[in-house]
Design a protein around this ligand. Structure first.
Ligand SMILES: [Zn+2]
Length: 373
């Protein structure tokens, strides 16, 4: 064999082994790529910060969860900008409390990829003194209808949200007598929301991938048990408040689920004062009378500094303002879903003559952080 031929043969054999190797490499790359596609998972958008925190706690770490709205933004007054519209359009799924909390979701709710987890999608306990819930109290078992079918449409006709979107404050946006959207103040309702999320996430996973579905179930179970722990913790803190003191007075109807769940009477000042633009002396005097009759211990501001109206009421009635605000419309600037419940509870308990075990509350808060690690 000539040296040339030998070289050629060698070259052929070595190039065939290169081909062989590259076939193997290609297989590895391809299967690696395949796994990567699966591992990349889905891209989800959650509208309200609290819902976003909840979705992150349940979704797989390989899923991408984007929070649509900044914590500073009041979702009651949200206007969807082009960037946000793009995010909503590109998401595999959109999770939201729904139009009762976030009126601008009105046009997105009926889209196929939108999953409503708020008041219209869960079976909430009735507020006895609150119109508009009655028709829902008798047909149980909403927990699992993540498709939120006809029920949502039933409410599409109670408009009156639009006219509030342009005046910054919280003044009267809860005056509309529709469904009260502040469901998460009762931790059991967060569990129901989480249940819808978990079922919906599992639907996105291939039938062959039992492992990931099981993982989501396990993550939801942790959320569930932590929220049960939060619920018991709140019950324990509230039990330290003298019974006659268990009245929460705040500006707008947002703490009713909390009141119902933990045994408070809740009073919304807007029910007495009406629209702040129509403030009348007789409204003021009936408010002062109520504060006295109910032996109200504290008025809870929803923002700090408290409004002039609240400060005046406090001065005239000698009922102190709570030293801290309560956060009624979602998450605080820092912290998670548990943090806001702990903060509100300790503010309420300490202001009404009880004593709050903040340290054990902080432990629950850190446990929640671990969920989305
Ligand atoms: Zn609100």
């Amino acid at each position: 064999m000539s040296i040339f031929k030998r070289l050629l043969t060698n070259k052929t054999s070595s190039s065939s082994s290169i081909i062989k190797n590259s076939v193997i490499a290609g297989t590895i790359i391809l299967s690696g790529f395949g796994q990567d596609v699966m591992a990349k998972g889905k891209s989800y958008v959650a509208v309200e910060p609290l819902v976003c925190d909840l979705v992150k706690s349940i979704a797989l770490s390989s899923d991408e969860v984007t929070c649509l709205v900044d914590r500073k933004q009041d979702v009651h007054d949200l206007k969807i900008n082009p960037r946000q519209a793009k995010l909503l359009n590109n998401a595999d799924k959109v999770f939201t409390l729904g139009k009762e909390m976030t009126p601008s979701m009105r046009n997105w709710e009926n889209k196929k990829n939108t999953v409503v987890v708020g008041v219209s999608a869960i079976d909430v306990d009735d507020h006895s003194d609150h119109g508009g819930h009655e028709d829902h109290s008798d047909h149980g078992g909403h927990d699992d209808h993540s498709e939120h079918s006809a029920k949502v449409d039933d409410h599409s006709d109670h408009g009156g949200h639009e006219d509030h979107s342009d005046h910054g404050g919280h003044d009267d946006h809860h005056d509309h007598g529709g469904l009260d959207p502040h469901v998460w103040h009762d931790p059991h309702n967060i569990i129901k929301m989480g249940n819808i999320i978990s079922k919906s996430l599992k639907k996105d996973i291939s039938v062959f991938n039992r492992g990931d579905r099981k993982l989501i179930s396990e993550r939801f179970e942790k959320v569930d048990s932590l929220l049960e722990g939060l619920d018991s913790w709140i019950v324990e803190q509230v039990s330290s408040i003298p019974e006659g003191n268990r009245v929460i007075v705040s500006k707008h109807k947002a703490m009713e689920y909390y009141g119902d769940a933990f045994g408070f009477k809740t009073i919304s000042l807007l029910d007495f004062l009406g629209d702040s633009s129509s403030l009348r002396p007789d409204n003021i005097s009936s408010t002062l009378k109520m504060l006295e009759e109910e032996k109200v211990q504290a008025i809870f501001p929803e923002q700090i500094p408290a409004s002039k109206l609240l400060r005046n009421l406090s001065r005239q009635s000698s009922v102190p303002l709570a030293s801290n605000q309560i956060f009624v419309d979602g998450l605080m600037m820092d912290g998670n879903t548990v943090s806001v419940a702990v903060h509100n509870t300790c503010t309420i308990v300490d202001s009404l003559g009880g004593s709050c075990d903040k340290d054990s509350g902080s432990n629950l808060e850190s446990e929640w952080y671990k969920l989305s690690d």
